[in-house]
Design a protein around this ligand. Sequence first.
Ligand SMILES: C[S@@+](CC[C@H](N)C(=O)[O-])C[C@H]1O[C@@H](n2cnc3c(N)ncnc32)[C@H](O)[C@@H]1O
Length: 221
Amino acid sequence: MIFDVFTLFPEHFEWFAGQRHVRNAGEHGSELRFFNYRDTTPLGAGQVDDSPYGGGAGMVMRVDVVDASLEAAYGPDRDGVRKLALTPGGRRFDEGLASELARESHLALLCGRYEGFDERIVAHLADDAVSIGPYVLSGGELPAMVVADAVLRKLPGSLGDSESALEESFSEALGGAPEYPHYTRPPTYRGWGVPEILLSGDHAKVREWRLERSRERAART
Ligand SMILES: C[S@@+](CC[C@H](N)C(=O)[O-])C[C@H]1O[C@@H](n2cnc3c(N)ncnc32)[C@H](O)[C@@H]1O
């Protein structure tokens, strides 16, 4: 998969790009690339935003600037790239959307800043608008990392052998429910014990217990 991030702050991703599962994905053929809107802006002095028509506080990311960035990256034919504008009011990001995106071969995440995007970016340049939750962050960089993390860890080779994305919270294997609780040594700590069944060695019963806890958690959320 090619994963492109369009941002004013590519340096914010240095830590993320160094994470093990991201590097693993890279070693298995995925590519994470960054494009700075400022590098290709057609406006002078690196301008990328402008004041909103109709008045109001803050600045708005310009449609011609984002278009120029996409043009420089892909040229006029962008059909093979699924382009997602990150915006608080977009489609809520969840495990289902992460799985859907993991099946794409080429993704582009558009990070906004300031008051957000000129709406024509969302309507005409992006294929979807995506939100990581009903709250407002200062920029699209953290949302882009959230989306990229959840998607990349689903790609073959991203997680180590001892880890698995198959049976996790919200996975098909658990019927979309949250995962069951885990415990490890010591068996008691400050008087807090571990459920006996997990120490019994009876794998069938352990499985049954785990699925039951998972269903319980689903019923509570
Ligand atoms: C300060 S926010 C703009 C908020 C916008 N004025 C509003 O009220 O919806 C700047 C940028 O951060 C990103 N952003 C902030 N919160 C987000 C969220 N919950 N999900 C996705 N992107 C978000 C978007 O890219 C957005 O364009």
